[in-house]
Ligand binder design. Structure first.
Ligand code: AMP
Length: 508
C-alpha cells in the first residue's frame, strides 16, 4: 500500500471536487492534483533518485506542500518534512542526518538551505521557481509499489532535549493512524475540509491523511499560519471544517473578541501538550460539542489515547470534570498500558510510564540504534510520559518522566500544581519546575504569567495554594514574568525555564 494511491482514487471518484485550498479559494481539484503528483514524481525519478531515497521539505504551509509530499511517495521515495521555523544549524543537522538528496523550499528558505552546504544534498527546488515548473512539465509516471513497512516520513521530534531524532514512520503506520482517526475522532466526507494553521511538518500535517483518504479538501490559510480572524473567516467560508490546534491556539480562538459564526465548524482536535480544564470548558462554552483531544507523539503519531467529542460535551456525567483533565481512553489501533520500571503492568490508580504497541508505532529512530533500543523495548514503545489509568480506563498524564520533582523524597507532579494555579482568574500561563536544593533535593518553583491588564501578588498566590493543595506540593517560590519560553509548536520549554531559574540571581 502506497499512501499516494489515495490521490489516484480520489481523481477517479471525485475528479472535480476540491482537493487543495488557499484561504477561501480552491487551488486544485482531485483530478488536477493527481496530474501534478504524477508529473512531479516523474521529475523526481528523472533526477536519478532511487527507491527509499530521502527528500526533505523546508516549506512553510503552502498549497504545494501536498503535491510535493505525495509525489515523493508516488515515486517510491521517503519524505523528511522539517519545521520551517528551525534554526539553520538545526536544518543542516536534519538534512545531513537523514542523508536527504533533494530539498523543496519556499522562497524565503532558499538561501538558508543553499548556505547549509549539507553533505549529500544535490538538488534544491524553490516551489515558486522555474526549476520546479520544469519538474512539473515532464511526463507522468505510474505509482511505485512499496512494502507496507517501507519508510514514508522521517518525523524529527521537536528536540526540546538533546539532538532531534528521526522517528521512522512507514506507510503502514500512517494508514493505521488514518483509520484510527475514522474510528475514534470523526467520519470524514468528501464535502468536508481541514484547515492547517499549524505547521504541516508536524501534527497538523498528520491530520492531512484522513482528509486525503476521504477525498476531502486540505486548506492552507492565506497568512500561512495562525490568525484567529482568518480562521473564523475560513470556518464561515467552507463546509464541514476541522482543524488541529495546540492548546494555546484553542485558547486564543476561545478568547477572540470578534464575532464568529461557527455553524460550519465540525471539529477542533487539540493535543500535543496539556490543556487545562478551565480552558477546555471555556472552549466548549464558545464552540459547542465540537472538540476532541488526542494524545500521541512523533513515535506513534496522533495515536495513543483520545478524549472523544461526546465525552467532552457530556456535562451531566458524574465524572465529566475529571475526564476533561484526562487524555481519554486507549485508541482503537493501539494497546496502551501503564507500567513500572521493569515493564510490569500497574493497576488502575498507580502511576507509571505509559507504553503502547500497535500498527501506528514507528519502525525505530533513523540511524540511531541506541535510542531505538531504549524507546522500543519488549515490543512496546516507551513514551517517556508518566500517567495513571482510572477505573474506567481514562488515562491522566501526570508528566514526562524526567519532569518529576522529588522533594524531601516525595514525588511532586508539576502538572497537578499547574492545574490548580490555572484556576486563578488572574493567571494566563504557568510553568512549575524543580530547583535543586541542598536539604530537600529539589524544591517546587512556579513561573506565572498574568492575563493582560491583570496582576497578582505573590502572597495571594501562596494563600491560594495553601487552600487548594497539599502543603508539600506548594511552590516555595513564585516568579512573575512577562512571558515563558516556547518552542515553535507553542509548547512551554521547561528545560529553558530551568536554565533561567539556574542563571538568574533571585533574591530568595
Ligand atoms: P511530539 O513528539 O513533539 O509531538 O511530542 C509528544 C509529547 O507531547 C508527548 O510525549 C506528551 O508528552 C505531549 N503530549 C502529546 N499530547 C498530549 C496531550 N493530549 N496532553 C498532554 N501532553 C501531550
Amino acid at each position: 500500500m502506497n499512501l499516494s494511491h489515495w490521490i489516484e482514487r480520489n481523481a477517479l471518484e471525485h475528479p472535480d471536487g476540491p482537493a487543495v485550498g488557499l484561504g477561501t479559494k480552491v487551488v486544485h481539484t482531485h483530478g488536477e492534483l493527481r496530474g501534478r503528483v504524477e508529473r512531479l514524481a516523474g521529475g523526481l525519478q528523472r533526477l536519478g533518485l532511487k527507491r527509499g531515497d530521502r527528500v526533505a521539505l523546508a516549506m512553510k504551509n503552502v498549497p504545494e506542500y501536498f503535491e510535493v509530499l505525495f509525489a515523493i511517495w508516488h515515486a517510491g521515495l521517503a519524505a523528511v518534512p522539517m519545521n520551517a521555523k528551525l534554526h539553520a544549524s538545526e536544518l543542516t543537522y536534519i538534512l545531513e542526518d537523514s542523508g536527504s538528496r533533494a530539498c523543496f523550499v519556499t522562497p524565503a528558505l532558499y538561501e538558508t538551505i543553499s548556505a547549509t552546504n549539507a553533505l549529500g544534498l544535490e538538488h534544491i527546488f524553490d516551489v515558486t521557481g522555474d526549476a520546479y515548473a520544469g519538474l512539473l512539465a515532464g511526463e507522468s509516471v505510474a505509482i511505485s509499489f512499496v512494502e507496507p513497512d517501507e519508510l514514508a516520513w522521517l518525523f524529527y521530534t521537536s528536540g526540546t532535549t538533546g539532538r532531534p531524532k528521526g522517528a521512522m514512520l512507514s506507510h503502514r503506520n500512517i494508514v493505521a493512524m488514518t483509520l484510527n482517526y475514522f474510528a475514534d475522532f470523526d467520519r470524514v466526507m468528501p464535502d468536508d475540509c481541514i484547515i492547517h494553521p499549524a505547521p504541516l511538518s508536524h501534527g497538523s500535517g498528520m491530520w492531512m491523511f484522513p482528509h486525503v483518504c476521504a477525498g476531502a479538501c486540505n486548506i492552507v490559510p492565506e497568512t500561512g499560519g495562525f490568525d484567529p480572524a482568518e480562521i473564523f473567516d475560513l470556518i464561515a467560508g467552507w463546509q464541514g471544517v476541522s482543524m488541529f490546534a495546540a492548546p494555546t491556539m484553542v485558547r486564543r480562538l476561545t478568547t477572540w473578541s470578534g464575532e464568529a459564526d461557527v455553524t460550519n465548524l465540525k471539529l477542533i482536535i487539540y493535543g500535543g501538550a496539556p490543556m487545562y480544564v478551565e480552558d477546555c470548558i471555556a472552549a466548549l462554552d464558545r464552540f459547542g460539542p465540537k472538540l476532541a483531544q488526542l494524545y500521541g507523539q512523533g513515535e506513534s503519531p496522533m495515536t495513543i489515547t483520545h478524549l472523544s467529542r461526546e465525552d467532552i460535551a457530556d456535562r451531566n456525567h458524574p465524572h465529566w470534570r475529571h475526564r476533561l483533565g484526562t487524555a481519554g481512553v486507549a485508541d482503537s489501533c493501539v494497546h496502551v498500558r501503564v507500567v513500572d520500571e521493569d515493564g510490569q503492568e500497574l493497576p488502575a490508580g498507580e502511576k507509571g510510564e505509559i507504553v503502547c504497541r500497535g500498527d501506528s508505532v514507528m519502525l525505530g529512530y533513523w540511524n540511531n540504534p541506541e535510542a531505538t533500543a531504549s524507546a522500543l523495548r519488549g515490543g512496546w514503545l516507551w513514551t517517556g510520559d508518566v500517567g495513571v489509568f482510572d477505573d474506567d480506563g481514562y488515562l491522566t498524564l501526570t508528566d514526562r518522566s524526567k519532569d518529576l520533582i522529588i522533594s524531601g523524597g516525595t514525588n511532586v507532579y508539576p502538572r497537578e500544581i499547574e492545574e490548580v494555579l490555572l484556576q486563578m482568574p488572574q493567571l494566563a500561563e504557568v510553568c512549575v519546575i524543580g530547583r535543586p536544593h541542598p536539604e530537600w533535593g529539589e524544591v517546587v518553583v512556579a513561573y506565572l504569567v498574568c492575563e493582560p491588564g491583570r496582576a497578582v501578588d505573590q502572597k495571594d498566590v501562596d494563600t491560594y495554594c495553601l487552600a487548594n493543595m497539599a502543603r508539600f506540593k506548594r511552590p516555595k517560590a513564585y516568579r512573575i514574568v512577562d512571558a515563558l519560553p516556547k518552542s515553535n509548536y507553542g509548547k512551554i520549554l521547561k528545560t529553558e525555564v530551568r536554565e533561567i531559574e539556574k542563571t538568574h540571581d533571585w533574591t530568595d
